[in-house]
Ligand binder design. Structure first.
Ligand SMILES: NC(=O)c1ccc[n+]([C@@H]2O[C@H](COP(=O)([O-])OP(=O)(O)OC[C@H]3O[C@@H](n4cnc5c(N)ncnc54)[C@H](O)[C@@H]3O)[C@@H](O)[C@H]2O)c1
Length: 346
């Protein structure tokens, strides 16, 4: 890779308060450290938790799903994984969002996904999922005051904007365009016939139909894309690549029912960088007020990700790329307002 970061990966332990009465934590292993909660244990929540678990990114996991037995059943599976890994981890399972307390980081992925075989956009999910996100934003932060909130539920950038507005929490990001960035790199590697490890570059804007490959950030084997194409004599159909970035996930949804391990791996990248304060650059959606917008929205810009978010690479983008991201932010804001109306907070 062309970008290098010299940091120490240290997770700071912290004092944990005593368990509250009525808590239903199951394994009373006395471990100090990081507590991750995964809310929504469906098709995307499970591989996300499993991927974080496999990297031992926490010594306490809370699993939450309102479907009776869902979190318990998945928790049992993760206990079997822990036995395989010889990983002394605490696993809590809940059926109520408000039961989780003292999480350091909460991955929010409950809600309706796109339906296989039905032509629809992630934006079509806004009204139904806004009610779930609004509820979680009201009930979870009081018992998790220090948590960092990583939103996955679609339309993810509008949902992060809504979560931020309702909760008032400091650290609220959407996983946004990092999955799209991985799709961009995949397609570039295939079309240019180069190893994917040699491909860099980001997607920005919206996680959805206003996702834009940020061509000025693309490098192949550390060469800027245009220079690489000139020197190699290769050609690239950029519209086809943009179509793949925006459309491949729906093709996956239509065939296997939903995306699973692809996005989950991307969420792991982001969460590891937060917890280990790596300052790696990911295209995530932080809350930003861009020119032409009356308020801040969570919009995707390549950004340094650690215990703090930022700085981002806005100033390094072209005017055209900045314009596309502003247009995407307007679309996210319009969608967020539909969500606000759906929960009676417009
Ligand atoms: N951002 C991304 O890259 C990305 C990738 C994949 C899926 N998603 C989105 O994630 C969401 C979930 O997708 P899925 O495929 O896992 O759906 P799913 O239907 O398989 O699972 C959703 C789960 O959420 C649970 N749930 C509903 N309300 C809840 C609440 N208040 N608290 C806890 N759990 C609750 C349901 O019981 C269900 O088990 C969708 O909106 C989907 O579009 C986003």
């Amino acid at each position: 890779m062309c970008e290098y970061f010299s940091v120490l990966y240290i997770i700071q332990p912290r004092q944990r308060k005593p368990l509250t009465e009525g808590s239903c934590r199951i394994d009373e292993v006395d471990l100090m450290g990081v507590h991750i909660a995964v809310v929504g244990n469906g098709r995307i929540g499970r591989p996300t938790a499993y991927t974080l678990f496999n990297e031992r990114l926490a010594d306490e996991f809370s699993l939450v799903d309102i479907k009776p037995g869902q979190a318990w059943a998945f928790g049992e599976e993760l206990r079997h994984v822990a036995a395989s890994l010889k990983y002394d981890v605490r696993i809590n399972t809940y059926e109520e969002d408000e039961a989780v307390s003292e999480a350091d980081l909460v991955v929010v992925c409950p809600g309706k996904p796109r339906i296989p075989g039905v032509k629809m956009d992630r934006r079509d999910l806004v009204a139904g999922n806004a009610k779930i996100i609004n509820y979680i934003a009201e009930v979870m932060p009081p018992r998790n005051p220090d948590a960092k909130w990583v939103i996955v539920t679609n339309p993810v950038d509008a949902m992060a904007t809504l979560f931020k507005k309702v909760s008032g929490a400091d650290f609220v990001i959407s996983t946004g365009d990092h999955p799209d960035t991985l799709r961009l790199r995949t397609k570039l590697a295939m079309d240019l016939k180069v190893p994917v490890s040699k491909v860099e570059g980001f997607v920005g804007g919206e996680h959805g139909s206003a996702a834009y490959p940020l061509w000025s950030t693309v490098k192949i084997d550390c060469e800027p894309l245009d220079k690489y194409l000139e020197e190699s004599g290769k050609e690239l159909d950029r519209d086809t690549i943009t179509g793949y970035v925006r459309g491949v996930s729906k093709r996956v949804v239509d065939i296997i029912g939903g995306t699973e391990v692809g996005p989950a791996a991307g969420f792991r990248d982001i969460i590891r960088s937060i917890l280990q304060d790596r300052q790696e650059i990911y295209s995530i959606a932080d809350s930003i007020r861009l020119p032409g917008l009356q308020e801040a929205v969570n919009v995707n810009i390549p950004t340094h990700v650690g215990r703090q978010i930022g700085p981002n690479l806005w100033d390094q983008l072209t005017i055209e790329e900045q314009g596309n991201i502003i247009e995407a932010a307007k679309a996210i804001h319009a969608n967020y307002q539909i969500g606000l109306e759906a929960v009676g907070k417009a």
